[in-house]
Ligand binder design. Structure first.
Ligand SMILES: Cc1cc2nc3c(=O)[nH]c(=O)nc-3n(C[C@H](O)[C@H](O)[C@H](O)COP(=O)(O)OP(=O)(O)OC[C@H]3O[C@@H](n4cnc5c(N)ncnc54)[C@H](O)[C@@H]3O)c2cc1C
Length: 399
């Protein structure tokens, strides 16, 4: 019987894990190892673009790529990991409960936003998943049909992290296109931090401030949200902003499946993994992408919940899980380089290098880098075995 490597999730980490595992088994001519991906859809959802218009088109298909590389795909959603019996229970596309055995399991089920404020689940939007981002896009496009009011013309973005900033700076142009050039639309970023940009480097914060001022994006600082309803947002100090469009961007948590694996997790629910990305304390279970709490270097840096890290975590975990079965040396996960490229809407973008976020370029020059990253670099490789395997090599250069 074939040895089963089961990968849960077809996001950045899961897709690259599958390609990297298939690459190593191919290199060692091990047709007795089967690589299977189980996920709700055979597509790579490009979450970093979900703040843009046209969100439903950001989901390139994966079946041709998996067919070209010998990766098996099962449509399903995992509900239970039975660690003792090495099997996963899942719901099929037809909502039937089924089980699948594994010899090695790779958890790559990503993260999701956790709407913790009263009323957020019912009344707030988000750009976290394709369905919810599409719901926001539809709502924005229908705003012009509502009677003119402050609430119609105001969008409140809750959270001033990268996602909140990218969405907020994109919105003025989108709202002008929807509501007309003469409408006084407001975009307000509400953040609990006392400064714009929170904990980012001073240089980066300065660029974010400049872009916000130029685009007319307002910041409400020291803002503690109390609740959200159909009329707008109420803050703990009693302030209220009337808005029909409140968008949550904070409170991201690792997939709840992490809680089914007996192991240490961080505050966001990510599983602690060793340098080969095996869950600490587990023999056959690996974690990768947004569900993994992994060291990136020897200086104390750890992987962030970004696709920049998920891609490399995927390439390493796929290699290492296959290496474990084949009996060859794994490649310890290392990702020393770290860059940020933040879209700033009509202002352009800002590109920084290093963990201290040194600004290297801004405006149109940085925007070119941003477009290259989000519309090329992070997309799946061509459905061609040689091309895909070359890209899946964990030691191949990335950023
Ligand atoms: C709006 C937005 C902007 C972002 N911008 C950036 C950016 O500029 N740069 C950057 O580096 N990162 C950015 N990110 C973060 C980045 O998208 C994530 O870090 C990345 O998607 C994580 O990859 P992943 O493979 O771990 O998880 P995901 O990409 O979330 O993939 C998870 C996979 O698991 C599947 N899955 C979930 N539950 C189950 C289940 N029960 N059973 C089976 N399969 C399951 C999903 O369907 C999916 O296939 C952004 C995210 C958002 C939402």
């Amino acid at each position: 019987m074939k040895q089963q490597v089961l990968i849960l999730g077809a996001g950045f980490a899961g897709m690259w894990a599958a390609l990297s595992a298939a690459r190593l088994t191919d290199l060692h001519d091990r047709s007795d190892i089967e690589i299977t991906v189980l996920a709700p859809q055979p597509e790579l959802r490009i979450r970093p673009r979900f703040y843009e218009a046209g969100v439903e088109s950001f989901a390139p298909p994966l079946l041709p790529l998996f067919a070209a590389t010998g990766v098996k795909f099962i449509t399903g959603s995992a509900s239970e990991i039975d660690v003792a019996n090495k099997q996963v229970w899942y719901h099929t596309a037809q909502e039937q409960l089924a089980a699948i055995h594994y010899d090695r399991l790779v958890l790559a089920t990503g993260s999701h936003i956790n709407p913790i404020f009263p009323g957020a689940k019912e009344h707030a939007f988000d750009v976290d998943q394709l369905e919810s981002a599409a719901r926001l896009e539809k709502h924005l496009n229908q705003l012009a049909e509502q009677p003119e009011s402050d609430a119609r013309n105001t969008v409140v973005v809750c959270g001033g992290g990268f996602t909140g900033i990218e969405l907020a700076t994109e919105l003025p142009a989108r709202l002008r296109a929807i509501l007309g050039e003469t409408t006084q639309a407001r975009v307000i970023v509400a953040d609990r931090s006392p400064v714009v940009g929170g904990h980012y480097s001073e240089e980066l914060c300065d660029v974010i401030k400049q872009a916000s001022d130029e685009l007319g994006v307002e910041w409400m600082l020291n803002a503690e949200i109390a609740s959200i309803d159909e009329h707008g947002v109420t803050f703990k100090n009693g302030d209220f902003i009337a808005s029909h469009t409140v968008v949550m961007t904070m409170g991201v948590q690792a997939s709840p499946l992490t809680g089914q694996i007996p192991a240490t997790r961080d505050a966001q629910g990510r599983l602690h993994v060793d340098e080969n990305l095996k869950v600490i304390g587990q023999e056959d279970i690996y974690a990768t992408g947004d569900v993994a709490y992994a060291r990136t270097d020897d200086k104390g840096n750890t992987a962030l919940m970004t696709c920049q890290h998920a891609i490399m975590l995927g390439r390493f975990v796929g290699n290492n899980v296959a290496a474990d079965i084949i009996g060859v040396a794994p490649h310890p996960y290392r990702q020393v380089n770290y860059v940020t490229c933040l879209d700033l809407g009509g202002f352009g973008a800002v590109y920084t290098e290093g963990w201290d976020q040194v600004v290297k370029s801004t405006r149109a020059e940085a925007k070119k880098i941003k477009v290259a990253i989000t519309s090329e670099l992070i997309y799946p490789p061509k459905a061609d075995k040689a091309i895909a395997f070359a890209a899946a090599d964990p030691l191949a250069p990335f950023v």
